[in-house]
Ligand binder design. Structure first.
Ligand code: SF4
Ligand code: FES
Length: 248
C-alpha cells in the first residue's frame, strides 16, 4: 500500500534527455534535486521540475488517474504509470527513462499510438459484425460470464507497460505483444464477430502471435490494471491446439 512521504526527504531524479529536434542530439541522463512533498506522485515531481528548473522537459500525462494510458515510463528500470506512482514508494534516487519498443518523441515522451494502431490493423482487431446494424432491433443478449470476461479485457488502457516489459517485443518488431494478444482474444471470444477460430488461426497461432512469447510473463506482473494476461495466453494456446486438430 502507498504511504505518505516521510517529511524532509530530498529526492534526486536522473532523467533521460534526448531532443531529436536539436542540431546535434545527444542522449544523456540529467540530474535534478527537489524536496519531496506529502503524497507526491511522479506527475507532481516532473511538473515541479519543469516549472521550476527546466521548461524543456518532455513527458506525457492527461488523466492523472490511470485511465488514459499516456504516462508509461521506466521507473528505476520497471515500466510504470507515472501518475499513480508515489515517490514515497521509491528510494531517494529515482531514475526515469522512456518506455523502450515505442517511437521516442523526446525525453520521457513516446508515441504508443503508432504501435497500437499497427498492431490492431495487422490483426484486424475490431468487430466484423455478422449482420448490419439495425437501430430498431432489440438488443442482443449475451451470457453474463462471457460479458464479464470481455469487459475485463476491455479494461486495457493501452499504456504499453506490458510491451515495454516483454523480452520478445524488444527484439521481434512484428510480435503482437501482450496487449495485442489480449485484444485478439477479446474479439475471438465475442459472439457478435463473424470470424471463427479457423479464420483467427493464422493471426494468433504464429511466431508473431502467441508462439512468439518467451513465457517470462513479466507482462502479467507489470500490468497496472492487473489484466489477467496469463489467462489470455492460456486461452490462445488452447485455441491453437484445438483449432490445429480440427484442421488436420
Ligand atoms: Fe497497459 Fe495492461 Fe493494457 Fe498492457 S495489458 S497496455 S500493461 S493496461
Ligand atoms: Fe493517464 Fe497516467 S496520466 S494514465
Amino acid at each position: 500500500m502507498s504511504r505518505a512521504s516521510p517529511a524532509g526527504r530530498r529526492l534526486t531524479f536522473e532523467i533521460f534527455r534526448f531532443n531529436p529536434q536539436a542540431e546535434q542530439p545527444q542522449p544523456h541522463m540529467q540530474r535534478f534535486e527537489i524536496e519531496e512533498t506529502p503524497y507526491m506522485s511522479l506527475f507532481i515531481a516532473l511538473n515541479t521540475i519543469r516549472e521550476t528548473m527546466d521548461p524543456s522537459l518532455q513527458f506525457d500525462f492527461a488523466c492523472r488517474s490511470a485511465i488514459c494510458g499516456s504516462c508509461g515510463m521506466m521507473v528505476n528500470g520497471k515500466p510504470s504509470l507515472g501518475c499513480r506512482t508515489l515517490t514515497a514508494d521509491l528510494p531517494d534516487l529515482i531514475r526515469l527513462q522512456p518506455l523502450p519498443v515505442f517511437k521516442l518523441i523526446g525525453d520521457l515522451s513516446v508515441d504508443t499510438g503508432v504501435w497500437f494502431r499497427e498492431m490492431a490493423a495487422s490483426s484486424e482487431a475490431w468487430i466484423h459484425a455478422k449482420q448490419a446494424f439495425n437501430p430498431n432491433a432489440a438488443e442482443e443478449r449475451m451470457d453474463d460470464e462471457l460479458a464479464a470476461t470481455l469487459y475485463e479485457s476491455d479494461r486495457c488502457i493501452e499504456c504499453g507497460c506490458c510491451v515495454a516489459a516483454c523480452g520478445a517485443a524488444r527484439f521481434a518488431k512484428d510480435f503482437k505483444g501482450p496487449a495485442g494478444l489480449n485484444r485478439i482474444a477479446r474479439f475471438m471470444m465475442d459472439p457478435r464477430d463473424e470470424r471463427d477460430d479457423s479464420d483467427w488461426f493464422d493471426v494468433f497461432a504464429t511466431e508473431d502471435g502467441v508462439f512468439g512469447c518467451l513465457g517470462l510473463m513479466a507482462c502479467h506482473d507489470i500490468c497496472p490494471k492487473e489484466l489477467p494476461l496469463l489467462e489470455v495466453y492460456a486461452y490462445l494456446r488452447r485455441k491453437a491446439l484445438t483449432t490445429a486438430r480440427k484442421r488436420d
